[in-house]
Design a protein around this ligand. Sequence first.
Ligand SMILES: Cc1cc2nc3c(=O)[nH]c(=O)nc-3n(C[C@H](O)[C@H](O)[C@H](O)COP(=O)(O)O)c2cc1C
Length: 164
Amino acid sequence: MNTPDGSDPGALDGDDDGPDEALPLLYNVVYCSRASPQVDEAEVARIVATARRLNPQHDITGMLVFGSGIFFQWLEGPRDPVVALMDRLRQDPRHRDVVQLSESEEHRDRVFPAWDMEWVGAQDIHEVLADAMETAEDPAHAATLALLLEELKTGQLSALRPNR
Ligand SMILES: Cc1cc2nc3c(=O)[nH]c(=O)nc-3n(C[C@H](O)[C@H](O)[C@H](O)COP(=O)(O)O)c2cc1C
């Protein structure tokens, strides 16, 4: 980066002005879904174990939030494996009503570089996103996370909340 403080406004508009191209091309999908009735914490632990085994093989990182019968997942990695994972996920009977909240592909650093798949409690989601936003070096990143926080606040998740 030619701006050590990450304040290059050019990074916001996606213009090809050089430094971003040095970063890996990352595909990112964020979705939420409704857990199937039989899914309990033990099942979520199995899902997370599978993710931790398989995601490193495909260079995928991210986080999974589970609370009130709702999943919320952030996935980032090379495009083909992430698309393949989304295809598998859509077939998975452990959840339904998969709603994609955002999708992007750009040259950037990972938001969750150290997490092959972290399980975050629903009560912690705002904190996790706010933390990631504060430490984001890329202003475009911070803007995406701010949008996500806003989406959560304005109830996209609660719109999916099951009646039980
Ligand atoms: C909410 C949810 C999140 C999941 N996250 C991942 C994941 O990050 N990585 C992964 O490999 N599988 C994940 N899975 C499991 C996949 O749907 C699938 O079962 C797994 O990738 C193994 O694929 P296979 O059954 O076709 O071998 C998730 C499943 C659910 C219901």
